[in-house]
Design a protein around this ligand. Structure first.
Ligand SMILES: *Cc1c(COP(=O)(O)O)cnc(C)c1O
Length: 369
């Protein structure tokens, strides 16, 4: 068999091969119980074991403090754009920092449920930078401040979450971390609630993770569906209704894989972060050193996970994609709103995949320069 291609999809994205192989081996019979995971009651002992192990491993991996509940939900990150105001906007006032396409969507959706104030908006520079938090126009009466920690489409990432207390705000910080959760440690002391769809760095689409400080639970809007009332879901251990069982099982295998991941003498999330730093540095330096490719994001705000880039001769984009695919480098097409190219470097992408991409880019530039 030829080697498996490297898959740079922005999401749903590549999963670690050992995880896929293990899931395949366990497809029809999980641990000798005579059933596949998709066929089990979510309330049975077998799935109970899968679920509690997944939560335990996720908490250990991401060092989620005990005063946070971890909810295994459905609806994706876009549903959270409505569910977070329904659960947290008790006074109907929400601050949003608009740093890219996803936080712009979050602001627009929150506006259906609350008065939204944009504390900054970088659309005027094409979402290529992040303003200093000291310049943000924070409200003194917001129920929370929403940020997107990594803009998947624009390739902009907060490398430090803001310390809202130090900025004089009492609002909890809400973070859409869909595309950088588990790519690096988070400073939970700065976070009130974080959410993310699983399909970027964790597992199959259909599972949404919500990490919420227990002190924020309760008092959801009366119109909020019970299945999406965070307090209710937390109380029922994410079993108010049937959770996405197979997606949780795969996520659990990914957590196990990540806990054992080793790189440069490190293990677990530290090892994952170290490899992510090396992958991003390798690709950005190749782009910056080339005469043919460019990335337009200011270096301090560049995402480790999603690297949008462009050919200076735009007419070569289609040829690049076709030749890359033939060379075993898949799904490098840029988002439809931006055009160009995008390489997503989630945890499952090994350094060797980025080395292969960079070698291909150099060869492409030599042939088409
Ligand atoms: C992918 C993504 C979304 C959308 O997630 P869905 O699961 O499709 O709702 C929202 N925010 C960010 C940052 C994303 O990367």
């Amino acid at each position: 068999m030829p080697p498996r291609p490297y898959n740079f999809s922005a999401g749903p994205a590549a999963l670690p091969l050992p995880v896929l192989e293990r899931a395949a081996a366990e497809m029809t019979d999980w641990h000798g119980c005579g059933m596949g995971v998709m066929e089990m009651s979510h309330r049975g002992a077998e799935f109970g074991e899968i679920m509690s192990r997944a939560e335990r491993d996720l908490r250990a991996l991401a060092e989620v403090p005990d005063d946070f509940a971890v909810l295994f939900m459905q609806g994706g990150a876009l549903a959270e754009n409505a569910l977070v105001p329904m659960n947290l906007a008790h006074h109907g006032r929400v601050d949003v920092g608009v740093s890219g396409a996803w936080s712009a969507k979050s602001a627009a959706e929150a506006q259906r449920y609350a008065e939204v104030r944009r504390v900054f908006d970088t659309s005027s520079d094409g979402f290529t930078s992040l303003p200093d938090p000291a310049t943000w126009r924070l409200s003194d009466d917001a129920d929370y401040l929403h940020l997107c920690s990594n803009e998947t489409i624009d390739g902009v990432e907060f490398h430090d979450l803001p310390d809202l207390r130090a900025l004089g705000s009492k609002a909890p910080l809400v973070v859409d971390c869909s595309s950088n959760q588990l790519s690096r440690p988070f400073d939970w002391s700065r976070i009130g609630l974080a959410f993310g769809g699983a399909q970027k760095n964790i597992g199959p689409a259909g599972l949404t993770l919500v990490y919420v400080r227990r002190s924020l639970l309760g008092g959801a809007d009366a119109a909020c569906p019970s299945a999406f009332d965070f307090a209710r879901v937390a109380r029922e251990g994410s079993m108010f209704n049937t959770p996405p069982t197979y997606a949780i099982y795969i996520a659990g295998l990914v957590f196990e894989w990540a806990l054992q991941f080793e790189y440069r003498g490190l293990r677990g999330l530290g090892a994952i972060e170290a490899q992510n730093i090396d992958k991003a540095a390798l690709l950005y330096s190749a782009i910056d050193a080339s005469g043919q490719f460019e990335n337009r994001v200011t270096p301090a705000a560049r995402s480790r996970m999603n690297v949008p880039f462009f050919l200076r001769r735009e007419e070569l984009t289609g040829i690049f994609l076709a030749e890359a695919k033939a060379a075993g480098l898949l799904q490098l097409k840029g988002h439809k709103s931006k055009g160009g190219l995008r390489a997503s470097l989630y945890n499952a992408m090994p350094l060797a995949g980025v080395e292969a991409l960079v070698a291909f880019m150099k060869d492409f530039e030599r042939r088409h320069g």
